[in-house]
Design a protein around this ligand. Structure first.
Ligand code: GDP
Length: 482
């Protein structure tokens, strides 16, 4: 179906693990695996979706002539026959003991016998090409694999179950109906009238566009769910950045991802706060408190702020605003900022623990500097990295700043990818042109051009752009040429 190539890859990690799974898919999957498997039955004689125990052996000439068959490892093979498999092709899964050496050996044998090492995502690509999943679902598979919070996982799973596809299919269906109606009316004016049609079309198109706009309005949240909120923790030395970071890391599950070719600078750190992922920018220096030179102060603040979605700016509540604080404020531009007035545990507080107005920070002056820097979305909270005071408030604030639809993320469709966003924007543009044509009183066949453009663009989201759809629609709904 996708050429004659049979592909193979390790489905589990390459490290040491209890078992390692190698997947083989393609027209030769069964015959190739038969050549390296020694069991009671041949794989080709096994029923689909059954497993068998046996040994992986190297029967290549050099081995066979000198030492007879060389056993590599015990294995369980699972055979799944086309077309009811993930890739829609014949697929064999080989479970061996999980050492990297054994796995490598089995892969080498498979390649020697004509399989090719799969490219990243190729199994899923075949599932897509085989029509088993659509493009949004294929993308969701990738997201499920890389999800790092519950929220990211549930979003990609809802996409995987076809929620986005369902929505897109519905919108396309409506557009196609209108186009087919126009075509039919132009072809067969006796039976299909266009009188009063443009008013109806306007209502329909406006409504479709509103649905698209609603999807687009989730794109910012969708991106944040998928990628996390890029967060910069800034402040002059000794205000408590490192302590705050440790407080946040200590309270929550810390996730540290080593990026390939890693040095300390490319270490990506994430904090999961109640399902929201903060992707910390440039905190490598903050950690090493003994290493004064590397501690992030004013110099690095500007850089980190530039690439941030959210800035956590720390101040020392026992001090007054300093020149350095003012300088950091001036870097904020239009960023979302949460000012953390830290060390409030050092202050005398009222009986209710309220520290407002008791710090030495002139909050009016602070506001003035932030406003002058161009910030419009900012909040001030009183915290203590030492006691944890204010941390819950901080989390709530972040949630409010970034999530409008916070409670229904299980049922809500989120646009999580730039690709989808760009295509939706383009479809909305085409529909807007249809509305314009209607207002201008343009002829109907003119409108079909933009309607079909919107239809095709939406199709790209789910990986479908079939011109035949229109003909099918016309035949099935309007029985043309009967
Ligand atoms: P950084 O240079 O901004 O990373 O600051 P550090 O986190 O290293 O903190 C500087 C000093 O302030 C350390 O001695 C911390 O123990 C202390 N500190 C940080 N946060 C608090 C706080 O909330 N309360 C009190 N009392 N001390 C704090």
């Amino acid at each position: 179906m996708f050429g004659n190539e049979t592909i193979c890859a390790v489905a589990t990690g390459m490290g040491r693990s209890a078992i390692g799974i190698i997947r083989v898919s393609g027209p030769e999957a069964i015959s190739i695996c038969d050549s390296i498997f020694e069991g009671k039955k041949k794989i080709s004689e096994m029923e689909s979706f059954t497993a068998a125990f046996g040994t992986i052996v190297d029967r290549s000439e050099s081995k066979a002539s000198s030492e007879g068959e060389a056993a590599i490892d015990e294995a369980i093979v699972l055979v799944m026959k086309a077309p009811h498999t993930y890739t829609t092709e014949d697929t064999v899964e080989i479970d061996v003991h999980g050492g990297p050496f054994v796995i490598k050996k089995v892969l080498e044998l498979l390649v020697k016998l004509g399989a090719r090492i799969a490219e990243p995502g190729e199994f899923t690509k075949r599932a897509f090409l085989g029509g088993r999943i659509d493009m949004t679902e294929a993308e969701a598979v990738m997201d499920v694999i890389s999800a790092e919070t519950d929220r990211a996982l549930s979003t990609s799973i809802s996409q995987l179950t076809g929620m986005l596809r369902g929505e897109i299919l519905g919108l396309r269906e409506r557009i196609l109906y209108q186009t087919a109606y126009i075509e039919s009316a132009l072809d067969d004016p006796e039976n299909y009238s266009l009188d009063g049609f443009s008013e109806k079309l306007m209502v329909e198109v406006t409504d479709i566009r509103a649905r698209i706009d609603k999807l687009l309005s989730t794109a910012e949240e969708g991106r944040v769910i998928r990628e996390g909120i890029s967060t910069a923790i800034v402040g002059r030395p000794n205000v408590g950045k490192s302590s705050m970071l440790n407080r946040l890391l200590g309270e929550e599950r810390a996730i540290v991802t080593e990026v390939e070719g890693t040095t300390r600078d490319t270490l990506e750190e994430y904090i999961d706060i109640g399902g929201i992922l903060l992707k910390l920018i440039d905190t490598a220096g903050i950690h090493t408190t003994e290493d004064i030179v590397e501690r992030i102060g004013v110099d690095k603040a500007r850089q980190s702020i530039e690439s941030a979605d959210l800035v956590l700016m720390l101040l020392d509540g026992a001090d007054e605003l300093t020149e350095e604080d003012r300088t950091i404020c001036s870097f904020m531009n239009s960023k979302r900022v949460i000012v953390l007035i830290n060390k409030v545990d050092k202050l005398e507080s009222g009986a209710d623990g309220d520290t407002a107005g008791l710090t030495n920070i002139d909050e009016d002056e602070l506001s003035k500097h932030l406003t002058e820097a161009g910030t419009t979305d900012w909040k001030i909270i009183h915290v203590s990295a030492k006691t944890g005071q204010g941390i819950d408030e901080l989390k709530e604030l972040i949630r409010d700043m970034f999530f409008k639809n916070e409670l229904d993320y299980n049922d809500q469709i989120y646009i999580t990818r730039e690709r989808h966003k760009a295509l939706l924007l383009s479809a909305a543009d085409s529909l807007q042109r249809v509305e314009q044509s209607i207002s201008d009183g343009a002829p109907e066949d003119f409108m079909t051009i933009d309607l079909m453009a919107a239809y095709e663009t939406l199709g790209e989201i789910i990986g479908e752009t079939l011109e035949d759809d229109l003909a099918d629609k016309i035949f099935s709904e309007f029985c043309m040429g009967k």
